[in-house]
Write a protein that binds this ligand. Structure first.
Ligand code: LLP
Length: 390
């Protein structure tokens, strides 16, 4: 039996659902605060795309983080969770007019602009409102994030950002426009980066670009280095909180900040990843010819990461009453052969009705769920929400 989970509470809920441990979230937020405490110019924006559960957003806003949004819907969710508009940064290669208008009307802190046509549209929509939009250009630094190809974003062939050689002309164009104000540069090299030294080449590339800005007499008020810090999917109980001190130290040591310049971070996975688990029930234990299948009532509609990225999530049987073990392929009920959470997992001998946790699922879990096969979307509960239920 697990001691990290309130089993009696979890047992009462229809599965599958996400369970969020807000104590771990609070400890994680405190660790971020401690690691940035000495530096008033460091600003951490939570990447809402990782998990937009309203209660989690509320906790994160209360802890003083800003928000990093990639859609109008995320801007709305952030505002209603209590993130101040002047802490919201907004990125994305395809911002619709209504989304830009929403950001302008709310007077968000900064638009991270990814193309020249987008800059023109922001300027037009801002002019129509008599506003001036603060813009940072997302620059593609061509730095290898050494992570899964589907979540690498900083290489030349990705759709994101402007190429480095287009940076100065883009800034000059922004300076020529009446309703945008250039404030800085934005970067993001990829996600689930486990070795913090991977961010050193990013800092070096930014330093080179800043030298180019100096030579042109251009001042950037801010540098936004994006997100990407990874979590320990293999032994989540050993590393429930990522090493934020080491992460921020890299930027403190390697990024040559100009006087008065602020540094912005957009952390998603590292903030919420470990506090969430997908809770499912064993429907059937099926004896195949050469192996056994544990068929769960959760599938890739609830957690798509294993099917989409071959991602590993630790699987635990929370209610088994034996120490004898067995190997299982743990699968879901969806009519697709990719609906497999993991193969040949050693688990206690399991039975129909056992509760199973798929760990480290707080980031890019619930938010990526779909209704394929006319399945219901999984709900998400914090420990407090579960306790408060009749
Ligand atoms: N900033 C930008 C511009 C981003 O594109 C992302 C993530 C972040 C910040 C936050 O990155 P984080 O700190 O969470 O690594 N669904 C995938 C991950 C996609 C990440 C997309 N961009 C997964 O499940 O692994």
């Amino acid at each position: 039996m697990s001691d990290t989970f309130p089993i009696d509470l979890l047992r009462t809920e229809p599965t599958p659902f996400y369970y969020y441990d807000t104590r771990l979230l609070a400890d994680t937020l405190a660790a971020i605060k401690a690691a940035t405490a000495g530096d008033a110019d460091f600003h951490v924006h939570y990447a809402v795309k990782a998990n937009a559960h309203p209660e989690l957003l509320h906790y994160i806003a209360e802890a003083g983080l800003g928000a990093d949004c990639v859609s109008g819907g995320e801007i709305r969710a952030s505002l209603s969770a209590g993130f101040p508009a002047d802490s919201i940064v907004y990125a994305g290669v395809g911002k619709s007019d209504w989304e830009i208008a929403l950001g302008l009307d709310a007077d968000i802190f900064c638009f991270n602009v990814e193309s020249l046509p987008e800059l023109e549209v922001i300027n037009e929509l801002a002019a129509a409102r008599g506003r001036t939009a603060r813009v940072a250009f997302r620059i593609n630094p061509n730095v290898d994030a050494h992570t899964h190809a589907n979540i690498t974003t900083g290489l030349n062939e990705n759709k994101f950002g402007l190429a480095m050689e287009d940076m100065i002309p883009a800034i000059r164009r922004a300076e020529a426009l009446s309703h945008v104000r250039f404030v800085g540069l934005h970067f993001h090299i990829g996600s689930q980066i486990e070795d913090v030294r991977t961010f050193i080449p990013l800092c070096e590339r930014i330093n080179e670009l800043q030298d180019r800005l100096d030579a042109e007499d251009i001042r950037a008020e801010l540098i936004n280095v994006g997100g990407g810090l990874g979590i320990d999917y293999v032994t989540p109980d050993r590393t429930p909180i990522p090493d934020f001190a080491a992460y921020f130290a890299v930027f403190r040591e390697h990024l040559k900040r100009r006087p008065g310049q602020s540094v912005h971070f957009e952390l998603g996975r590292s903030v919420v990843g470990q506090c969430g688990s997908l809770i499912a029930r064993v429907l059937y234990v099926k004896e195949g010819h050469s192996k056994k299948f544990l068929i769960l009532d959760a599938g890739f509609t609830d957690l798509i990461r294993p099917a989409l990225y071959q991602a590993h999530h630790c699987i635990e049987n929370l209610t088994a009453d034996t120490t004898a073990t067995e190997r299982y392929d743990v699968v879901g009920p969806i009519c697709e052969s990719s609906d497999v959470f993991d193969r040949q997992v050693e688990l206690p001998v399991s039975r129909r009705g056992d509760l199973v946790a798929l760990r480290s699922a707080g980031a890019y879990g619930e938010v990526m769920a779909s209704g394929y096969n006319c399945r219901e979307l999984p709900r998400g509960y914090t420990d407090a929400l579960l306790k408060g239920r009749p």
